[in-house]
Structures are given as structure tokens and as C-alpha cells.
Design a protein around this ligand. Structure first.
Ligand code: FEO
Ligand code: CA
Ligand code: CA
Length: 633
């Protein structure tokens, strides 16, 4: 989801013509040295450089930026639509109504809006069948309703809630092409009014009890479902991100406590106004409902009747995604980012080991364990490729100052107010942590820090992994846990790439690190994925104005990087106004699924159908190669 950033345009260093990056992009580093002399020396002694500009891992050439209302791919690749917002999931289900007159009940039976993170679950012994669990993050009122505005009735709030959550769908391969199976008994919507259970240390706490649920254990719905995770035991994790946007107060003078303030609740709501039509979202009438959201939710995609579970042990914040790893001792690790300016990166380690022989034995694994938050040092302040050290600080009641004097009477309170607890232990305030992924090759962990217009003010010092004031382009952080063990309490970090625009700004930091060139430049990295060969896929959700500081970057896009050489190439460009988010592969890596979210969010797009006066529709795309080969190879 796009969090609007002020355009931090500057008059400095604009249009400098042939920049140093132009040279580097055009030839070898050695060739560039002839022009740049000593200045380059400080940039050439890098672990990451562009000296290996012919990565064997990347089997395609970087494509041009684009402002077209279509999908651009390298030669030899093609795309098609798997499923779009509003498509009926069931046999004889209500058809998509582009007028916006469709009912809430119809939307509850259709593919949700604004698809985001997704995971593919193969069917054992059936190579041509699989399930896709797909998040539906939020909705575009411009298109959801005929009037094109915020909800104006309880029925319209219900329709909005129905458009969010998760869609589970079956897909099958027929004549080599993967397709959506309408009518499959696996097809399911979990939306903003679906019954969900709370489990773990915070379940049943007074702060989670409401007039509708005296137990504090039974919630209606999941919404604002951003990115995802997939467990080794075959379940799907969906992450609740901007949940406080959905809440407001009928008491304009209401005084919010520290918890409500820190999570961003405001009386006017964030221009969504659900609270005006559904008292569940009115914090004056239901002060605890908001505490029941902002969690990671575990879903069994193979059991359409199963009740999803909110795992409170993983902490409550604006969850981006959940990246699974395993310690050398066999415990589960979940890396998680909190996507807000100045918020934190977390790690959960399960108490018990993963049982790889009996998937069902892991069904409460994420209810017991320890939550940590990351502290980064300032590192070496290398402008091109900073690196340093960091450590994990435990968020357990009674430790590290997390006691009654600090406002925490139990572990439940530490978890419900994880942000406040992380501040007590002085976690490092980050540039909006988005997706985290773990390399299948060496276990290093990568995290997109998408941008942060407030860096350098608001108590957020410039330095370390957040090296740029008014950071408008973003960077990708990575760390290696000590002894390459995900259980480690300390790590070494570096920045894999500092995004920038080398055609507008000369040099670091605004021109980007040395692996950013005029051919691959991008802003606001967000979605991430590794494939089995170790290619790092990078999706963007940034400024697609193609103007000023973003000139030449075009629409949002997907790039692919060689993590060893640092080389990055542009692989795909999305349609007008979209964010490219959500990625999954078939087990043979010959088909890639990619999410196109909110095309035309400000108008100007009719993607993907391109009907005259048609509406744009968020869609999951199927990417294949004409020769049937592995994507990216
Ligand atoms: Fe839903 Fe932080 O992106
Ligand atoms: Ca995102
Ligand atoms: Ca984003």
C-alpha cells in the first residue's frame, strides 16, 4: 500500500548530464576509472560493485523504463491475467459488476481487491494442481462504489470489509499454462467479517475484550492484509498492516492513550470513515476493538472450513510480511518489519522445534517463543556501501526495563504494545521496513527500507542503515547472523543497494550506490523474493510521476539482482498508477505469479481489459517464457 510521501524535490545537482554512473553503466569499472580518477578509488573497494557487469545468474537484459498502461517484459517473456478483482470464486457466483452497484454479499464471494503478498502451495502428488493464498490489502473507493467516494452506509462498510482480507484459490496447469479454477471446493474468502481466533500470550487479555466478545479470543475479520509468509508446515501467514486507518472516533475531543497514539489512531480516521457507519470501528464506543488487529494471522489453505488464528506471540504492529527461517537447532524464526516511518525490525524465535515429520504437530508452534527487536550501530559511514554491526534485544516482560514502571504488567501488554516496548529498549528507528526475505543460498536476510521523508528530524538521526536525510528513494538492508545461525543475538549488516537517480543527481547519496545505473534506477523498493537459484526479485511501490527527482524511472516495476555481484536489472514494468507487489513461483520456477495492485489509483488506467471507459482492476499476472525456461535464467 502506498504511504504518501512528500516529494522532496531539490534544485541541487539536477540534470548534470553525463554522470559518473553513466560511465559505469556504459562500460567496465576499469574504463570508468580513466574518467573519474581518484574519486573512484573510494567506490571501487566494495564488496558490491558493478565490476562483474555480466552476472551469470541474470539471463536477460535490463528493459527500459515505461509509462505505458501495460506490462513490459524482456524479449521472450509473456504475461497473462490469472485472476482480477471481483472475479467470482464459485460456480454460478455473482459476476463482477463494473458499475460499482455490486453488493457486499457478492463481494464476499468474489476475488478481493488490491491483491498483495501471496504464497503457492503445491498439491502433493498432483503436479498440475496447486493453491494460491493471496492477500487483498485494501480497496479503491473510486472504483468500489458507483459514487466513487468513501462508504456512506453500513452496507457499504460491509462491502469494503468484504473486499479486503485473503482469497484462497485453486490453480491448475492445462496445456502448460496455469489457470484459475472457478468452482474449486478449496476456493475461499476470508474477509473483514470472517470469524477468527486469537491465540498466544495476549489472547483473553482484558485489552482484547469487547462488548461483542467477553472472552477476548474471537475476532471478526482481518483487513489491510499487506504481505505474507509461508511456514515449513504448510500454512499461510497474512500480515495486518495499516489497521488503524480503519478506526476513528465519534468523539472528536477524545483523548487517546499512549498506545492508541503510537499506533496512529485519529478521531477523523484516515479518510475512510467506517466508524461513522459501523460502531465496531468507533474507538469512543469500542475502545478495545483496535487492539484485536495488527497481528499475523495463520491460515490452513487446504482446509476451507478451518478458522484462521491471530498469533499474538509475534507482536502487534503494522506488519508488512513474515519471513520464515530455521535455527541450526531446528526452531522456527520469523523476521518481521513494521512499516511506518521510524518503526522497527523484529525477530521471533519459537520455543519448540519444527516437526518436519508431522505438519499438524506445528499448529501451535507460533504461540510460544521469544520476540526480539533490532538495534543497529552507526557502522562505517561509507557513503556508497555502509556496513556495521547490530544486535537483537529481547522483548520479554520483566527484562530490559519492560516492567510495571514502564507501563507493562504482563507479556500480553508487551505484545499488544510492541511498539512501545521496542522504544523502551531503544530499538533503531528505521526507514519504513517493508518486506524481509532470507537467502536460500547463504541465509543472509534482506529487508527493503522503502523511503522516509522524516529521516533527519522527528528524533530519527541520519546514519547507519538509514544514511540519508529526507530519504525519498529507499535502500535495501541485509544482515548476516553471527555464525550463520538464525538464533544468533548479533549480526553484521550492510546496505545491498541505496536507490537513487543518477541521471538527476551526481554521486551518493541521491544518485544511488554504485550498483544503481541509468539503466536500472528505481525508487521505493518494497516487495522481495528469492528464487531457488538465489536471484533476488525486487518490486517497487514508489513515485511513478516520471518527473523531477523521479525522471526516467517510469511506472512501478520489478527488478532482479545478483546478490553476490550486486548487479541489478529491470525485468518488468507495470501499468499506469500501479504498485507491483506480491510474487510466487511454481515449484519448477518456470511460472511466476506477480501482483499488480491499484492500477490507475488516480485514474488514467483501464488495465488489464482496456475496455472503453472501463475500470482498472488489480490482478495477479502469470509470467512465462516462450521457450518454457526458468524465469530470469
Ligand atoms: Fe502494504 Fe508497507 O506495504
Ligand atoms: Ca508493501
Ligand atoms: Ca510501500
Amino acid at each position: 500500500m502506498k504511504l504518501l510521501e512528500e516529494n522532496q524535490s531539490t534544485d541541487l545537482e539536477k540534470m548534470v548530464g553525463l554522470t559518473r554512473r553513466s560511465f559505469i553503466g556504459a562500460g567496465t569499472l576499469a574504463g570508468a576509472a580513466l574518467f573519474l580518477g581518484g574519486d573512484l578509488l573510494s567506490r571501487s573497494a566494495l564488496a558490491i560493485g558493478v565490476s562483474e557487469a555480466n552476472s551469470k545468474l541474470l539471463g536477460f537484459d535490463s528493459i527500459k523504463a515505461s509509462v505505458d498502461d501495460s506490462i513490459s517484459l524482456p524479449p521472450g517473456y509473456r504475461s497473462s491475467v490469472l485472476i482480477s478483482w471481483g472475479q467470482p470464486l464459485h460456480k454460478d457466483g455473482p459476476a463482477f459488476d463494473p458499475s460499482g452497484k455490486g453488493t457486499a454479499e457478492a463481494q464476499e464471494l468474489q476475488f478481493g481487491d488490491n491483491n498483495d503478498g501471496m504464497s503457492l502451495f503445491p498439491m502433493t502428488g498432483q503436479p498440475d494442481r496447486a493453491l494460491l493464498a493471496i492477500n487483498n490489502e485494501y480497496t479503491n473507493y473510486r472504483y468500489l462504489f458507483e459514487h466513487g467516494k468513501n462508504p456512506e452506509s453500513a452496507e457499504e462498510v460491509r462491502k469494503a470489509l468484504a473486499s479486503e482480507g485473503v482469497s484462497v484459490i485453486e490453480i491448475k496447469r492445462s496445456n502448460g499454462q496455469w489457470q484459475f479454477v472457478q468452482g474449486s471446493s478449496y476456493n475461499r474468502r476470508i474477509h473483514g467479517n470472517s470469524p477468527i481466533t486469537l491465540s498466544g500470550p495476549a489472547a483473553g487479555h482484558d485489552w482484547l475484550k469487547t462488548s461483542a466478545d467477553a472472552s477476548g479470543r474471537h475476532v471478526l475479520g482481518t483487513f489491510q492484509n499487506c504481505a505474507n509468509g509461508k511456514t515449513p508446515w504448510g500454512t499461510y501467514l497474512t500480515c495486518e498492516e495499516n489497521f488503524t486507518d480503519c478506526f476513528g472516533s465519534s468523539d472528536a475531543q477524545q483523548k487517546f492513550d499512549a498506545g492508541l497514539k503510537r499506533y496512529g489512531v485519529v478521531a477523523a480516521s484516515k479518510d475512510i470513515n467506517w466508524h461513522q457507519h459501523d460502531p465496531r470501528f468507533d474507538v469512543a464506543k469500542n475502545p478495545n476493538e483496535v487492539n484485536r488487529h495488527g497481528w499475523v494471522v495463520e491460515i490452513d489453505p487446504f482446509d476451507p472450513k478451518s478458522t484462521p488464528v491471530k498469533r499474538t506471540a509475534l507482536g502487534r504492529f503494522k506488519h508488512e510480511n513474515a519471513a520464515l527461517a530455521q535455527t541450526k537447532g531446528g526452531r522456527a524464526v520469523v523476521y518481521m518489519g513494521d512499516d511506518e516511518r521510524g518503526e522497527f525490525i523484529y525477530k521471533f524465535i519459537s520455543r519448540d522445534k519444527i516437526n518436519h515429520d508431522d505438519p499438524q504437530a506445528n499448529r501451535t508452534l507460533l504461540d510460544h517463543g521469544t520476540l526480539y527487536v533490532a538495534q543497529f550501530d552507526d557502522g562505517d559511514n561509507n557513503p556508497d556501501h555502509p556496513k556495521g554491526k547490530g544486535r537483537w534485544v529481547e522483548l520479554t516482560h520483566g527484562k530490559n526495563g519492560l516492567d510495571a514502571a514502564a507501563g507493562f504488567n504482563s507479556q500480553a501488554e508487551v505484545l499488544i504494545h510492541a511498539r512501545l516496548a521496542a522504544s523502551v529498549v531503544k530499538a533503531t528507528r528505521m526507514d519504513r521496513p517493508e518486506w524481509i526475505v532470507v537467502s536460500p543460498k547463504d541465509g543472509q536476510v534482506y529487508c527493503t527500507l522503502t523511503n522516509n521523508a522524516k529521516r533527519g528530524e522527528d528524533g530519527q538521526p541520519v546514519g547507519g542503515p538509514n544514511p540519508r536525510a529526507k530519504n525519498q528513494y529507499g535502500q535495501i538492508l541485509r544482515w548476516r547472523e553471527n555464525a550463520d545461525n538464525a538464533s544468533a543475538m548479533a549480526f553484521d549488516w550492510d546496505l545491498f543497494v541505496v536507490a537513487g537517480n543518477p541521471t538527476v543527481h551526481a554521486g551518493t547519496p541521491q544518485g544511488g550506490s554504485s550498483n544503481v545505473t541509468p539503466q536500472n534506477m528505481f525508487n521505493s523498493p518494497d516487495g522481495l523474493s528469492f528464487d531457488a537459484a538465489g536471484r533476488l526479485w525486487i518490486q517497487t511501490d514508489g513515485d511513478s510521476s516520471n518527473k523531477g527527482d523521479f525522471a526516467g524511472m517510469g511506472n512501478n516495476q520489478m527488478l532482479c539482482a545478483d546478490p553476490v555481484s550486486g548487479e541489478i536489472r529491470r525485468f518488468m514494468v507495470g501499468p499506469i498508477g500501479c504498485e507491483v507487489t506480491g510474487i510466487s513461483f511454481t515449484p519448477d520456477y518456470k511460472t511466476m505469479f506477480v501482483g499488480i495492485q491499484h492500477p490507475g489509483e488516480n485514474g488514467g488506467s483501464t488495465f488489464p481489459e482496456h475496455l472503453p471507459n472501463g475500470k482498472p482492476r488489480s490482478s495477479v499476472m502469470v509470467i512465462t517464457r516462450d521457450d518454457g525456461g526458468v524465469i530470469g535464467a
